[in-house]
Each structure stands twice: as C-alpha cells, then as structure tokens.
Design a binder for this molecule. Structure first.
Ligand code: SF4
Length: 366
C-alpha cells in the first residue's frame, strides 16, 4: 500500500462513514532561494472522534508543518499544498480564508508549545478568551463571553477564575498559561484539538497534570486529539494510534500498542532506544540514533534514513541507497504499516534489545 488514507486496518464499513479528519496524500512545499523544500510528502492518516493520534519524530520531520496545514495556517503565497484534508467530509485544502477562519476554533483548534508567546502580552487572559468565544458567537454579549471565560478557566483548574480572569499572561505560571491555552482551544467546543508539544516547556509534575487534564477534557468533550511530540512517554500515555515521521514522510503508522511494542522500522526503534528506562540498572546506557536528520533541500537518495541506519547492510544490494521504500503492511498485521526494505523485521530483534516504554501505560485499542 503506497498511502493509507484511513488508519491501517480500518474496515470497509468504517470507510463509508468517514472519520472526523482524513488527510490524504498531503504534500507541503516551500519555495526558497536555494530551491524547493518538500517539508511534507504524500502523508495520509485519519483520526476519529474520541481518539488520539500521536505524531512523533525529530525536529524538521514535518510534524508541525502537516498539522498547520490542517488548520489552514500556511500562507498560500509561500507554501504549495496538494492532496486532500477533509474535516467532517469537507475539503479544506484550497478553502477561502474567510471560510477557514470559521472552521478554526469552532471545528478545529490548536494548543501551541509556548503559551507565553501564543497569548498576547498586552491583553488580559480573560479578554483573550472572551474574544475567542465571540469570534464564533457573534450574538454573545460581553457579559456572556466573560461568564463563559470564567467557566472555562474553572474547568481547566485555574483557582479563583473570577479574579484571575483579570490577570495578564505574565502573571500566570507556565502551567497556568498552558491551562489557559487549553481553555481557549476548547471554548468553542471544537471536534478536533491539535496539541503541538503541549508540555515541552513545563516541568515534569506540571506536564503530568496537563496530560491528565487533556485526557479528561477529551472524554468530556468527545473530541479527537492530535498530539505532536518527540516524547514517546507522552505518546505511550495519550495516544490510541501513532504515526512516526521522518524527513517529511510517514515511516510507520498503527496502533500505539503495535508501534511501541513491535516496531518494524529502524528509525522508530532508534526513537524507542533513546528514551530513558527508569526500570533499567543505573549503568544502562541510552542508545542514540547516530547522525542528524537530513536536509530537506538535498534529501538522501533511496531511504531517507539510510545514512543513519545500522540495519541497511541486512538489505540485499543497494536498495536502501537507491529506492525509497513504499509503505507496506507489517508482518501479519494489517493495522500497522512501515516504510522499510528489510525483508525480515525480526532481523532487528536478533541484534538489538527493544526497551520497554512503561508497558502498563501503553494504550491497547486493537
Ligand atoms: Fe534502514 Fe534500509 Fe529500512 Fe531504510 S530501508 S530503514 S536504510 S533497512
């Protein structure tokens, strides 16, 4: 299978009743002075209501660029977008900005990594929440919008919300600002919430609180969530499905349980091996992925991961150096696809030990 518009393993019955979000063959290119950069290529995935998709990969892998395309945030003068993005069956690629603006917030919203940068420093938190509400509820009075803002701040756990609503963003702690961002994202009850590295800037205890809050609100609002992260611990805790990106392409996709416990693509394996294992002995060493991500201006020929791959010698001939692998079904599992030429993925298992990521936390929705 070249592309998987629906989650791998999705049945034909579900196909007739399309998931909330379907991304199909999405490509995003940016013309630059040095040539065209293909930041995302032929990306396909789907997310259903009530489910969480984790998109994981290193910086520059195309995670955020692809999600910004879902929100229509790319300037059409500087980004060439092709393929299809459908929200509730409605095509959003090429949608006029005025229509996209109606969708943003009401149908799909985003939580950014740096809440201090995302909130305007000159305006009170409450005024920013109220404005976000009134954009989609034009008949709501200022009083109604304020009441709704207090309600949402209360819902995300801000103490004394009727007073803190008058604070400026710098008067909130980092965790409170991220809670305020979540409140703003959910104030219009969107069906799809995209959280881009929502806990990276927070300390560990606050991270856990924010992740718990996101899960609780997802259950309450029955929204679909895309969580973008490089942290596989977050993926293990939050995601039903996982999509791994490398150099702008999907390289592995399936249920979280499958991807985190039976990866078949050496890059995914490398990401898993780079995660600290708290149960390991104190002298256990992390195994980093050698090298750095490729330049998207001059990507490597063949498999984009081949300069860093320690398993390429297990593939006959020069296939890894000359031919980009297609997405293909993982061994005996239609709910899992991978992009790798390795004829027998067990070859990885014979030489490397797969670290366990909090196995009790990994969601199992197979
Ligand atoms: Fe490694 Fe070859 Fe698989 Fe790419 S296709 S991940 S280089 S084994």
């Amino acid at each position: 299978m070249t592309n998987a518009p629906l989650r791998p393993g999705t049945s034909k019955d579900t196909e007739r009743d399309e998931p909330l979000l379907v991304v199909e063959d999405l490509t995003v290119r940016f013309p630059t002075q040095d040539g065209e950069v293909a930041a995302v290529q032929n990306l396909s995935y789907s997310v259903e209501l009530g489910k969480t998709l984790g998109i994981v990969g290193e910086s520059g892998s195309g995670k955020s660029v692809s999600s910004m395309a879902v929100l229509g945030l790319h300037d059409e003068r500087s980004a060439k977008i092709s393929g299809s993005i459908r929200i509730r069956g409605r095509e959003v690629v090429g949608l006029p900005e005025k229509d996209m603006r109606k969708l943003r917030g009401s149908e799909v919203a985003m939580i950014f990594q740096d809440a201090l940068a995302a909130l305007h420093p000159f305006f009170k938190v409450g005024d920013q929440l109220a404005e976000a509400y009134q954009v989609h509820h034009s008949s709501a009075s200022d009083r109604d919008a304020r009441r709704k803002s207090i309600e949402m701040l209360d819902r995300v756990g801000i103490p004394q919300p009727d007073q803190r609503i008058n604070d400026f963003p710098h008067q909130f702690s980092g965790g409170m600002r991220q809670r305020a961002m979540i409140a703003m994202g959910l104030i219009n009850d969107p069906s799809l919430l995209i959280a881009d590295e929502p806990t990276t800037a927070l300390d560990v205890t606050v991270q856990a609180q924010i992740l718990d809050l996101l899960q609780e609100l997802q259950r309450e609002f029955n929204s679909a969530v895309i969580i973008i992260t490089h942290d596989l611990g977050v993926i293990a805790e939050m995601a039903d499905d996982v999509l791994v990106m490398y150099a702008g392409r999907c390289v592995e996709y399936g249920t979280a349980k499958e991807i985190l416990t039976h990866p078949e693509m050496p890059y995914t394996w490398g990401l898993l091996s780079s995660v600290p294992d708290v149960t390991a002995s104190t002298d256990a060493r992390l195994i980093p992925i050698p090298g750095t991500p490729p330049s998207l201006l001059n990507p490597p020929t063949g498999c984009a991961f081949h300069p860093r791959c320690t398993h390429r010698d297990k593939v006959a001939g020069d296939l890894c150096f000359t031919e980009m692998p297609e997405l293909s079904e993982a061994k005996g599992n239609p709910a899992h696809v991978k992009r790798c030429h390795l004829p027998d993925p067990d070859a990885i298992y014979q030489t490397d030990v797969l670290p366990e990521i909090a196995p009790d936390l990994v969601k199992d929705n197979r």
